[in-house]
Design a protein around this ligand. Structure first.
Ligand code: NDP
Ligand code: 8X3
Length: 248
């Protein structure tokens, strides 16, 4: 049975991806900071699941968590680097430095810490598949998005670099770039301000987390000679980071 590690599986895209991969017959390592969420999800899944609770910003905790995996969960075939969030939305000159740290530490450095812990096993086995969750925001900046956009631009660049470095080892690397997906993303970005969060999706149908998960499941179940290297996945009502067809 193939084995996948999904970071940020306690919510949104990561949670839906865990469900889709279980349906595709994967054993799963699911990670996040909220253990109860992960445990509730694990109960619904019918394939073997191992839970790891750690903050991806904490390098020592990340390394220790991956090093603690029991033997049956060590040979990771698929890594889904999904954990991350936006924190705040405002002009650069007024930026909250704590928000900047949170985004760069989770979206960029956290992805690196997890990858550094998992990739040596893949190179040793000379097989593996990594999917980094980027964003349309990493390819197209928008006003006030500054550091979040930069963090996802880093994911885009790292995905290309990883594909080059891991090529000799038979490891596929891909980037999935969603547009607007209705998850807890906007609630986190606006720190629980429900009306600001709801306004993000007002007047159009955003993607569901399941829409992204279906694409990820399709990508990882392609034959070994196929790598869908980059995907831009948008709601039909979105054409760019700034252009939406909203109901009047
Ligand atoms: P959610 O807020 O619903 O989920 C975010 C997940 O990331 C949670 O499981 C959370 O787990 C985990 N996470 C966040 N920070 C950390 C951390 N420091 N350590 C460990 N886990 C962490 O948002 P989404 O599902 O929408 O976001 C998933 C990914 O998709 C992110 O990388 C996001 O940037 C990207 N994305 C989202 C889009 C959208 O419109 N929603 C569009 C494009 C990309 P916990 O809190 O339990 O730690
Ligand atoms: C999330 C999409 O446009 O809100 O990455 O930044 S956007």
């Amino acid at each position: 049975m193939p084995l996948a590690l999904v970071t940020g599986a306690s919510s949104g895209i990561g949670r839906a991806t865990a469900i889709a991969l279980a349906q595709a017959g994967y054993s799963l390592i699911l990670t996040g900071r909220r253990y109860e969420r992960l445990a509730e999800l694990a109960q619904q899944l019918t394939t073997p699941v191992h839970l790891l609770t750690f903050d991806v910003r904490d390098r020592a905790a990340t390394e220790a968590a991956i090093a603690s995996l029991p033997e049956a969960f060590q040979a990771i075939d698929v890594l889904i680097n999904n954990a991350g969030n936006a924190h705040g939305l405002g002009p650069i000159q007024e930026g909250d430095v704590a928000d900047w740290d949170a985004m760069l530490d989770s979206n960029v450095k956290g992805l690196l810490y997890v990858s550094r812990a998992v990739l040596p096993g893949m190179t040793q086995r000379q097989r593996g598949h990594v999917i980094n969750i980027g964003s349309i925001a990493g390819h197209e900046a928008y006003p006030n998005g500054n550091v979040y956009c930069a963090s996802k631009a880093a994911v885009a660049s790292l995905s290309k670099s990883m594909r080059l470095d891991l090529l000799p080892h038979g490891i596929r690397v891909a980037e999935v770039n969603p547009g607007a997906v209705e998850t807890e993303f906007a609630q986190v970005r606006f720190k629980g301000n429900e009306s600001r969060a709801a306004a993000v999706y007002k007047g159009f149908q955003p993607l569901r987390a399941e829409d992204v998960a279906e694409v990820i499941a399709f990508m990882v179940t392609r034959p070994p000679h196929v790598n869908i290297a980059e995907v831009l996945l948008l709601p039909a009502a979105q054409a760019s980071t700034m252009h939406f067809k909203r109901d009047a």
